[in-house]
Structure formats: structure tokens, C-alpha cells
Design a protein around this ligand. Sequence first.
Ligand code: UT7
Length: 337
Amino acid sequence: MSGKKNGRERQNLPGIAGIGAAVPEHVLTNAELEKLVETSDEWIVSRTGIRERRILEECEDPTKLGVEAARQAIKAAGITPQELDFVITATNLGTMPIPGSSPFIIQELGVGKDIPFFDLLAGCTGFVYSLKVASDLLNSGDYKNILIIGLEALSRFTDWTDRSTCVLFGDAAGAAVISRMPEGRGVISSCLSGDSSQWDVLFMDGGGTKFPASEKTINNKMHYLKMTGGGVFKSAVRMMEDTTERALASAGLGKEEVDWVIPHQANMRILKAFAERCGIPMEKVITNLDRYGNTSTASIPLALTEAVADGRVKKGDLLVLNAFGAGVTYGAVVLRW
Ligand code: UT7
């Protein structure tokens, strides 16, 4: 825990009052993937750091992951679902294209009144974007407890014959309740960005308004994620470094004061290269992608939930949450836990 506090920390800032996460029970190992596509455990582990991931069964509704993660976050925040006054679900593809995922989660939680909600589409950066949006909404003075959720059922639009993508992703949900925190805790600064010129490194083109679902889009596999992995890789390290440095500078804090970085879990090599470039020891970077793979918007709250539960992240610690993803979007948030 670092002791120095900057000016902004002397206010009651918006912050994460409670956090939670959920993953499906079914484990898909690298050995099982070896039977599906031409790959090997050795390739996957050495190129990505991933050993296994959790995948929804065909009969399972992804909503239940979001609800489970949200229930944990609400309990940890010490409030009831009825005290929520806004819900944002960050996801790459909603439970239904219309109306998304949020209404289904709200229904199951039993919020019991009309509240505003929307789904947020910002690729894997969705949780970081949602945290910034929720903090600003709270600062407007109109809301007290905002539930943000990262919910992904990536297995539902993964091409299980494409070895370059199917080994990477997993299903999961993570949630956080954003409320005003006691003095000295909460979101100190943030930096969001995006490079729209790189939209084509990661996309799914079928089923939108340009290519509505048709026999042709299905035959051309346009309802699956497509990725130029190398393109994402190259930009990711620079983007994570850039927003981390800018967010820390805006907070008036130095890298040496950071207790933990909780990054989007995309690839162990990306995380190591980022840590090296930033001069942050890898021991301060929380990773769990060996067990869950890349769970997109859910990866940061999932990693943070585990790190809080096992006592690594403690009250007063200075955290950096950073991510990059489809769009290409990227961003970082600096907060005092
Ligand atoms: O959350 C944000 C979204 N995405 C990401 O963050 C992904 C970022 N990118 C990456 O993590 C890496 O680029 C990958 C792990 C996807 C790929 O690693 P790479 O070192 O960039 O490999 P590559 O794409 O350059 O492929 C190297 C070779 C190729 O074979 P050739 O052309 O050299 O003969 C691929 O065909 O590895 C081959 N390959 C595989 N081999 C075995 C690709 N996927 C596999 C596989 N198993 N699963």
C-alpha cells in the first residue's frame, strides 16, 4: 500500500464499492482443443499463456453469469438490488442483438422499479469504459449506486474450426457496484482512447445493418469473430503503456507508486512486454489467463475479484486497470482500492 495521496483523493470519489465474478463450470483444456483443430498445448501455452478456459454449455443462458457476478458485487457493496439506480452492461454481443443484455440481468436481479440501463460496446475495453462512464454519471449527482457488468459468451460466436482464434477465448462475467467512496478511496483519474483506423484487426461483420443475417452471411462464416492477431499484438503494448502513463500523470502519481496493475487478460506475452516497457515488475501485474483465457470485458473484474478474495489487493492499494480491444479502443483507470 502506497502512502502518498494526491489532492483529488481528499474528496469522496466514485469507486468500486463491491465486486464479483462468475464463470461457467465446463472447463475446456488445451488437450481437448488439440482434438478439434491442428494445434498443441505447447503452442498455446508458449504463445499465449493460456492452459484452459471456461465455456458455456449449449443449453446455458449467458444471463445467469451476469446475474451471479452482479449478486456478488451487490452483496459486497452492502446494498440490495433495489438500491441500484443505473445498470451498464459492457459486452461484445448481447444476449439478444435487441435489446442487448441489461434488461435480462435487471429482471433476474429483481430491481423492482424502473431504472435507466444500456449496453456498452467498446470491445474488450468495455469494462474500463463503463467504469469511467459510471464514475462521471455518479459525479453528475443524479445517481448513487451504478451496477457495471462485463458479460461475455464469446464461445457463441467463435469459429471452432479457426485455430488462430478458438484457442484464445473464454466465457465469463464480472460486475462492480460504483458508489461514492469514503475519503481516500475511489477513481482518481482515467484516460480513454481509440484508433478507429484499426477497426479491421478484430471484427464480426455478419448480422449488423451492413450485412444483415442471410444464407450468404452464414455460408461465408460472417457471424464469427475474425482477428489479425499480430496487428492487435503490436498496437496493444503501446496502447496500454500510453493510457497508463497518461492516467497516472493526470493523477499526479508515478509508476513506482502503483501497487497492482489489473490488465485485460489477452496474452501473457503482451502483459510481459507492457510491464517491461513501463518498468513495472511483473509481480505487480495480476494475471489469470492461464485458467480463463481471454474473457474480454469480463477479464478485469474477474481478475480483480480473485485478487481481492485472496488478499493480494488490500484497502488503500493504488490500482491501474487497463485494456485494449476491438474498435480499436483502449484505456486505463487509476483508482485507490
Ligand atoms: O482481447 C483483444 C483481442 N485479441 C488479442 O489480444 C490477441 C492478440 N494477439 C495475440 O495474442 C497473438 O497474435 C496470437 C496468440 C493470436 C498469435 O500469436 P503470434 O505470435 O502473433 O502468431 P502468428 O499469428 O504470427 O502465427 C504464427 C504461426 C502461423 O503459422 P505460419 O504462418 O508461421 O506457418 C499460424 O498459422 O502460428 C500458426 N498458428 C497456430 N499454430 C498452432 C496460429 N494459431 C495457431 C494455433 N496452433 N492455435
